[in-house]
Design a protein. Structure first.
Length: 516
């Protein structure tokens, strides 16, 4: 699959403050979606599974770029379809620039000294077609290229590293063990550069690094993954699980627990006016204050039974969040706009899960009960939570609220996401609703659902409702009925996803339905 081409996707480059429209035309024979990973946009523009794009149709989200300069990416996010579509090539960079980044003396000539690197491992089936990346993801691609090389000028280079793999974590370093300097995390620049020889990135994570190749003309070296150094329990390490709770065929994979090359770097002459120094100070930023948090929320990674008497495998799943598999018709969490929260991530399985949340960037405040590693102290939207371990982050929900359209959070091991290790959350603003003190979801039933003509509203107990509205996926009112009649005619609506909102004196009740 490709975007504007037969294979992979082009880089989108924008400036903070730009207002843009992205026309996503689906010429595939299957449904798809397109998620702007890491961007702070309204939920109806986010591209999660609720923004499905049918074949031959176009989805055109419009939004303002509010994020600081950073390396983001975009990829499908359909329910049950993320892994196959990303693996087949639908993944690209989304780079944001701003004035603070422009003021730094760092490389920024795209493709010359500012190089995006999307690293992916892929699996192939017996017909030599790209398959879901399960155990045998042994084909290594960089920017969609096998056996890649880059003619690197002998100067300071900027690598924008993206782990675009479905499963595999990489432990980046260079074959000559040369130091490099991390300057950015998922959501933007750090306040100062960090000298490193290894940098671990799990699926979905990004980082920007600077490396100085001055005086190295004619040398050859490799960007590598030192996976022999990964902790057990991380996909890509030597060992996964224990006892009966293991992944079948895991140790037959020739990459697991081994060091391997990712990119051949051939050092050539420098360009005109090269950058030859690495700055220490970057962009000051203020982390969220823990004292500002008004709510703590706990998210538990666990397993569920595929069959009533089947014992779940703690390394292979099936996995869930808070003991529930993803349900398009269910809202897992509700948060209030303009609030700061601490999220506690608890992993009760034997595999490390990279947790990604949409809408916001966060600060990791604790991992394994210890202070956050330096490489993860900036703005993040993915955090790797180790087996039988925990992590905490703090974040703030602002700008966007929608009573009906949710954001997602999920494991970024893509077949875990596709199998149901995902939840949804609404950001709501009750201050906009005069006289409304509560908003409740999934508290009544609708039948038939899907519906073609008349739909009936049924509450388990008598509710004195006064108004019925039908909202589209943008939250716009498309039908209204000021009556207590529980039967509503929706024949005039186009096919798609809608929400019925029932209003009483001080409460709104909301439920989703599908119009055939």
């Amino acid at each position: 699959f490709g975007v504007n081409g037969v294979w992979m996707a082009p880089t989108i480059i924008v400036n903070k403050g730009d207002s843009i429209t992205l026309n996503v035309i689906n010429n595939l024979p299957v449904n798809t979606t397109m998620h702007w990973h890491g961007l702070h946009v309204a939920p109806e523009n986010d591209g999660g599974p609720h923004q499905k794009i049918n074949p031959t149709t176009t989805w055109s989200p419009s939004f303002k770029i509010r994020n600081n300069a950073a390396t983001f990416w975009y990829h499908p996010h359909g329910a049950g379809q993320t892994d196959p579509q990303v693996s087949k090539g639908m993944a690209g960079f989304f780079i944001v620039k701003d004035a603070a980044e422009a003021a730094l003396n760092i490389p920024r000539i795209y493709g010359v000294d500012d190089i995006p690197l999307n690293i992916q491992s892929k699996a192939f089936d017996d017909l030599k077609q790209i398959a879901i990346a399960t155990e045998m993801d042994t084909a290594l691609f960089v920017n969609g290229t096998l056996n890649p090389y880059f003619n690197a000028p002998a100067q300071v280079l900027r690598f924008r590293l993206l782990n675009g793999s479905s499963l595999r974590t990489y432990n980046f370093g260079f074959s000559n063990n040369q130091s490099f300097y991390q300057i950015a995390t998922d959501g933007g620049l750090l306040d100062s550069s960090i000298a490193l020889k290894r940098l671990r990135l799990s699926p979905g994570e990004r980082a920007e690094i600077l490396i100085n190749f001055s005086g190295m003309i004619g040398q050859n070296l490799h960007l590598k993954s030192f996976s022999s150094e990964l902790e057990n329990g991380i996909y890509g390490a030597y060992k996964m699980g224990s006892g009966e709770d293991t992944i079948e065929g895991y140790q037959e994979n020739s990459l697991n627990g081994k060091d391997f090359n990712l990119l051949n770097l051939k050092i050539i002459a420098s360009t005109a006016n090269p950058v030859i120094t690495i700055p220490i100070s970057l962009v000051p930023f203020k982390l969220y204050a823990i004292s500002a948090a008004t709510n703590d929320r706990t998210i538990v990674f666990d397993t569920i039974r595929a069959l009533p008497f089947e014992k779940p495998n703690l390394a292979e799943g099936p996995f869930a969040i808070n003991s529930k598999a993803f349900d398009m018709d269910y809202v897992n969490d509700t948060v209030h706009i303009n609030t700061t929260e601490i999220w506690n991530l608890v992993n009760k399985t034997l595999v490390a899960h990279p947790f990604h949340i949409h809408d916001v960037q966060f600060n990791v405040i604790e991992k394994s009960g210890k202070p956050t590693p330096k490489s993860e102290r900036g703005w993040k939207d993915v955090v790797l939570v180790m087996p039988n371990d925990s992590a905490k982050f703090i974040t703030r929900f602002e700008t966007f609220a929608n009573e009906t359209v949710p954001y997602m959070y999920h494991c970024h091991l893509l077949h875990h996401e596709d199998d149901g290790m995902m939840g949804s959350f609404l950001v709501i603003d009750t201050t906009r609703s005069a006289g409304i003190s509560q908003i409740k979801y999934n508290t009544f039933t609708l039948f038939p659902n899907p519906v073609s003509e008349n739909i009936t509203i049924h509450f388990p107990s008598k509710i004195p409702f006064a108004e019925i509205k039908v909202l589209n996926i943008l939250g716009e009112t498309v039908l209204k009925q000021n009556t207590t009649n529980p039967i509503l005619n929706v024949q005039s609506l186009r096919s798609g996803i809608y929400f019925i909102q029932v209003k009483t004196n001080n409460t709104r009740y909301i439920q989703k339905f599908i119009k055939e």
